[in-house]
Design a protein. Structure first.
Length: 696
């Protein structure tokens, strides 16, 4: 049952606000009030609190600030749901059990066992929706009822059991079609176990490996070493002395060549010519000094008198700038305005003292300025630079350099002249060294090349010693080779039966492998036969389960439909004062009232019949979960008599239903009322336990 509801919303297009806090009680409660007071909005907020935005009558944009909190009880357990458009929480007692819109929606269906569609069909008759159950197609009514009582689940389980039975049967058929009894392999002739044959093969393999090693060794041949020869008979020790003397003579020749190369080259000029060249270099150096002075001290642009005149012009220009600044200051001070005495209307300048001082400064400057100054041709720095040039060209350096004529650069450098000057004193030494060099080279040319002869003889003596060592090694190898040839001949005879023995080993291994495979296959074949039998047994069990579930569904329907018809007929009889007495819902959920199809009744007849069916469905299907019925203007199409009888029926039902809540414009007899008033500037009060702030 419902316990407490708090809600708030402001509609963005109109600024209208609907808010309130409502306490619900057991028994029959009536929500009354004028049009547009928010009666149906309370029902909408109950549905939104339970099932979210799918329960709203408009789009989410119409409820931007919507906020609700609903407390209710189901199966004796208290719950609370807090919702906004974007967030939700559900509590069991004080314990939070779900957070977030989707988790809360799932949790509510889990708590109630049904969703919004079933709730609106069995627990709520919304405004203008009293005939919803009757307007549904029979298949839709059947599906809705099946989902609540679990027949849909039974159908699914029955279908699953049938599918499992068929699947197991197909699996057994497929497995039996693929079964083939394995054939035992034939034992080879002269069969010996592979382990015994392997020992013999291993022994011969060792000998075969030794034979392969010997044959590999014997494929390598060696030639007997040759004795070296030499065309020089003299011993190396004697030749070494001659070669060392010859090397000493070559060293003397190299030293003489180095001394001659170190002497300066012969000069092409006489000493007088060299002195003339040095004098030319000194004159050229003076000319370069004059050029450097003229680059750093160019001729001044103006005379000293002209520079003095421009200096005076700069002084006049500064005085003029001072006068202009004083005039601008006078204008700024005058612009500050005047004070005026309120008694005598005398006026005086705001900056009087400063203006007087500025006028005195302007008067003094006018006496000093004769006319507007002219801008000098040079800047101050230019004047200073020209004065410095005048001063530099009047000094001793310029007096010394100004008369030096232009001189071309000498063709020979100072280094070349110095070498030529030095070579004039070593001509006799060069001649003496060259004569000594020629004599030593002549003696060397008359001798053979002792160093080459020594090297050749020394190599021969080394090769001869190596030959003696190699011939000893060759004789030893030759004897060992003959021994290995005899060993190889013996092993070759011993391993002749190895190939046949290996073939027998392969044949034995194949047989043993096939035998092992056959044993495994035979065991698998027996297991598969047993598996086929098990599959067929399980298939029969699933078929029995499907039959039992089908029988169960029929038993449930046999109980449900008569119960539904009995409760609905009782309610219809009471609401119509005995004018209508029977509602029949058949197995296919077609509905007749006193034998007449439901859709052929009048408006109030349909309303009463639909209401009876809704209440009956609630009693039969959902009473143990949510023992509540909410009707929104369900008596709108009824006359006063039928509306009164309907109200009496609902009041009597309140004894078995935990809670009945109706929205109406009439004045029914109820256990409690929730009376709403139109919106005004102040917070309005509702009767009993309902209070609404800014109720619209």
């Amino acid at each position: 049952m419902l316990k407490h509801l708090e809600y708030f919303n402001e509609f963005p297009t109109t600024g209208r606000k609907l808010s309130g806090a409502v306490e619900f009680e057991r028994g029959l409660g009536a929500i009354t009030g004028p049009n547009e007071a928010g009666k149906s909005f309370i029902i909408e907020m109950i549905r939104f609190s339970l099932f979210g935005t799918s329960a709203l009558r408009g789009s989410s944009d119409d409820y931007p600030k919507l906020k609700t909190s609903l407390s209710f009880a189901s199966k004796g357990v208290d719950y609370r749901v807090d919702r906004t458009l974007r967030n939700a929480k559900v509590y069991r007692g004080e314990t939070e059990i779900a957070v977030g819109v989707t988790p809360v929606n799932i949790k509510i269906v889990e708590i109630l066992g049904f969703g919004l569609t079933v709730f609106d069909t069995t627990c709520v008759a919304n405004q203008g929706d009293i005939e919803k159950l009757g307007s549904m197609k029979p298949t839709e009514r059947k599906k809705m009822v099946d989902s609540v009582i679990g027949l849909g689940v039974i159908d699914e389980i029955a279908k699953w059991a049938g599918d499992e039975a068929n699947g197991l049967s197909r699996e057994a058929d497929a497995l039996s079609r693929n079964l083939a009894k394995p054939i035992e392999p034939f034992i080879p002739k002269n069969y010996t176990p592979a382990t015994d044959l392997q020992i013999e093969v291993d022994e011969l393999q060792v000998k075969k490996s030794e034979l392969d090693r010997l044959e590999g060794y014997l494929t390598v041949t060696k030639l007997e070493p040759l004795r070296p020869t030499c065309r020089i008979d003299m011993d190396a020790s004697v030749l070494k002395g001659f070669a060392d003397d010859q090397d000493s003579r070559k060293g003397e020749i190299a030293a003489l060549e180095t001394q001659i190369a170190a002497l300066p080259t012969s000069s092409p000029y006489s000493s007088l010519q060299i002195e003339k060249m040095l004098a030319d270099h000194e004159a050229y150096d003076l000319w370069l000094e004059r050029e450097r002075f003229e680059r750093t001290h160019p001729a001044p642009r103006f005379s000293v008198e002209k520079l003095d005149e421009m200096g005076r012009q700069w002084g006049d220009l500064e005085l003029w700038h001072e006068f202009e600044a004083a005039e601008k200051r006078f204008e700024e001070l005058s612009a500050r305005g005047h004070h005026e005495c309120p008694a005598c209307q005398h006026k005086w300048a705001v900056a009087g003292a400063e203006i007087e001082s500025c006028e005195q400064q302007l008067s003094a400057l006018r006496d000093r300025i004769k006319c507007a100054p002219v801008l000098p041709e040079l800047t101050r720095n230019g004047i200073i630079g020209d004065r410095a040039l005048h001063e530099a060209r009047s000094g001793e350096d310029w007096s010394r350099l100004s008369a030096i004529p232009k001189v071309d650069r000498p063709a020979a450098s100072r280094q070349e002249i110095a070498r030529w000057q030095a070579s004039l004193g070593v001509a006799e030494d060069r001649k003496l060294l060259q004569d000594q060099l020629a004599g030593a080279q002549k003696k060397l040319q008359q001798q053979p090349d002792y160093r080459a002869m020594f090297n050749e003889r020394e190599r021969f003596e080394i090769d001869l010693e190596r030959y003696h060592d190699q011939i000893v090694i060759f004789r030893e190898w030759e004897a060992d080779r003959n021994l290995k040839l005899a060993q190889a001949a013996l092993l070759r005879e011993q391993v002749q039966g190895l190939n046949r023995l290996q073939d027998r080993l392969v044949e034995a291994r194949n047989y043993e492998r096939d035998l092992s495979t056959w044993v495994v296959a035979a065991q698998s074949y027996e297991l598969q036969l047993q598996e086929v039998e098990d599959l067929r047994t399980r298939s029969e069990d699933w078929k029995k389960a499907r039959t039992s579930l089908t029988t169960l569904r029929s038993l449930v329907k046999q109980h449900l439909v008569p119960s539904l018809n009995r409760v609905a007929s009782h309610l219809l009889n009471g609401m119509t004062g005995g004018q209508r007495s029977s509602i029949v819902v058949d197995d296919e959920f077609d509905i007749t009232v006193d034998g007449q199809p439901l859709n052929t009744l009048s408006g109030s007849g349909k309303a009463v019949a639909n209401l009876s069916l809704r209440l009956a469905l609630g009693r039969v299907l959902t009473d143990n979960v949510m023992s509540i019925f909410i009707g929104d203007e369900i008596d709108a199409s009824m006359d006063d008599d039928r509306a009164t009888k309907t109200s009496d029926i609902l009041r009597n039902l309140a004894e078995s239903l935990s809670q009945i809540l109706i929205v109406t414009h009439k004045c029914p007899s109820a256990d409690y009322h929730i009376a709403l008033e139109p919106c005004n500037d102040n917070q309005s009060d509702c009767q009993r336990r309902a209070s609404s702030g800014d109720v619209g």
